[in-house]
Structure formats: structure tokens, C-alpha cells
Design a protein around this ligand. Structure first.
Ligand SMILES: [Cu+2]
Length: 283
């Protein structure tokens, strides 16, 4: 039989073991591990700390779960009528179920929402506004029937997170095939060329055969690249390296084998354009 002092000592030892275990578990499941909050050229939303990689250090890629890293995405309504604007309202909850109100500005906004149909068509990049209750709202028009994925891309408490949730538009839906792999894309009169290098994707924008050398900053960067993996829509958002124009170079790191749809957004003469590419990474 233990005396009181021994019992206290045993209890303290037990507590220490429990806390050590919890700390280890926390480290193991924290996909941000080591994220230092810097947002240098090669680091994008989720591009750092293994978070943005299709197979991050934490194991689970970004965007495939509605709950990850201690935060949860809750949407007020997931049903939309085709081609009719309706509010998309959501909250980010913390581990206690409380609504998160404090977000850090990331690429000129405190919350980024990417919406795409699950066949990787109908890409949208939206910026909701936050109400006094902490909920975020944006008007959303989902053009056609199908299942869509909405990603909330945000930074809070020094770490980047991307949570995803499905939205539904009833009606007849025929999924479109992923376009064939291509290193050129044409959008709004611009021709965009992709040069794939190990760990890096370089883009060049031309119009009428002429290099476009005066791209304008869009949300604090000369370009935004979102890569979505076909099949699970694993999410990666990258900003360009600090290479001089006209090159737009994105450090994407190692990619798991698979097919990806790349959405490159750039701004020129006051307008934002989205060029999309299919990229196949062979085993
Ligand atoms: Cu954004």
C-alpha cells in the first residue's frame, strides 16, 4: 500500500506520461509541423510544412477533409440550384467547437474560397466577408448540376489550413473527362505555356505571339497556382518564386504519381484570367 507521498509521485508520473503521449500525438497529427508563418516566394497557401504537398509530412493531403489540424469547416447549406446565386455561409470551428474569429491576412485576404466541380471543371476563387458572429458568407453560383468541392483556405494562429466540403446541385450530371495532358492553354486571348522541371512549374504568358511582361499583382503575388489531384481533389496552392518577369515559376516540390489539374490565375490590364492545364506525374 502506497503512502500519500508515493501516491502523489505516482500520479505526477502518470500525468507526465499522459502529457508526453498527448504531445507526441499532437506532433504526429499536426500537418503544420514546423510551419514558421513566413510566406516567401516558394511557399504558398499550404505549400509549406508538408501541408500543401499531395502527400504532406503529416500524411494527409490538404483539402480532402472537412476537419484537420484541430479545425473544422461547417457549412450552413450544401444544396444549391443550378445557375442561381445563393449565399454560401460557413464557419471555422476550433477543437472546442467554438467559432474561430481571428484569421491572419494571407495574400491580401483573410479567407480564400476555391470551388470546383468534382470533375475538375467550373473553377472559382472567391473571397467571402466575415460577419460579426464569425461566420463567412459569399454569393455563390454553381452553373450546372453535379457535386462540387469547396475549399476554405486560411491562416490562423500562425498556421495554414485548407478544409474542404462537398456542395450539391441536383439535376442530370454527366461528368466531363479530364482534358488530355498539355503544356499549352488558351484563355481570353492569352496563350500560356507550361515548362515542367523537376519540382518546379514555369509558365510564360503570350498574347498575339508577344511575351506579356507586365503582369500585375493579384492578391499580393504575380500569379496563383492551385493544383488539384484527380480522384481525391488533394489541394495545393502555390505562389511564384521571385524570378524576374516574364517567368512565372512555382516551386511545387515532389508530386505523387497521378493526374492533376492546374489552375493558374494571373492579372493583366486589370483583369484576372484563369488558365487550366492537365499534368500527369508518372510513377
Ligand atoms: Cu483568394
Amino acid at each position: 500500500m502506497m503512502n500519500a507521498g508515493a501516491r502523489v509521485a505516482a500520479f505526477v508520473a502518470l500525468l507526465a506520461a499522459v502529457f508526453a503521449g498527448a504531445a507526441l500525438a499532437g506532433a504526429a497529427i499536426d500537418p503544420e509541423g514546423g510551419s514558421d508563418g513566413s510566406h516567401g516566394a516558394a511557399r504558398g497557401h499550404g505549400a509549406a510544412g508538408g501541408h500543401g504537398s499531395a502527400s504532406g509530412a503529416g500524411g494527409m493531403p490538404a483539402g480532402v477533409a472537412s476537419e484537420q489540424g484541430g479545425y473544422r469547416l461547417v457549412v450552413a447549406g450544401t444544396r444549391f440550384a443550378a445557375d442561381r446565386p445563393a449565399p454560401l455561409t460557413f464557419r471555422i470551428l476550433d477543437a472546442h467547437g467554438d467559432t474561430v474569429r481571428d484569421f491572419e491576412t494571407e495574400q491580401a485576404r483573410r479567407m480564400h474560397v476555391i470551388v470546383v466541380r468534382r470533375d475538375l471543371r467550373r473553377y472559382q476563387h472567391l473571397h467571402p466577408t466575415q460577419g460579426t458572429d464569425g461566420a463567412w458568407t459569399t454569393s455563390l453560383t454553381l452553373p450546372e448540376a453535379g457535386v462540387y468541392r469547396a475549399f476554405a483556405d486560411f491562416r490562423t494562429n500562425g498556421a495554414q489550413h485548407t478544409l474542404g466540403i462537398d456542395l450539391f446541385v441536383p439535376g442530370a450530371f454527366t461528368p466531363e473527362d479530364l482534358p488530355a495532358s498539355s503544356d499549352t492553354a488558351r484563355v481570353d486571348g492569352y496563350d500560356v505555356t507550361l515548362h515542367s522541371q523537376p519540382g518546379e512549374l514555369d509558365f510564360v504568358v503570350r498574347r498575339g505571339g508577344q511575351l506579356v511582361t507586365d503582369l500585375q499583382p493579384y492578391l499580393g503575388a504575380r500569379g496563383h497556382l492551385v493544383a488539384l489531384r484527380d480522384g481525391d481533389l488533394a489541394y495545393q496552392h502555390i505562389h511564384p518564386d521571385a524570378k524576374p518577369p516574364p517567368e512565372l515559376a512555382f516551386h511545387i516540390g515532389d508530386s505523387e504519381p497521378g493526374s492533376y489539374r492546374l489552375f493558374l490565375q494571373f492579372r493583366h490590364e486589370g483583369r484576372v484570367h484563369t488558365a487550366a492545364f492537365t499534368r500527369v506525374v508518372k510513377p
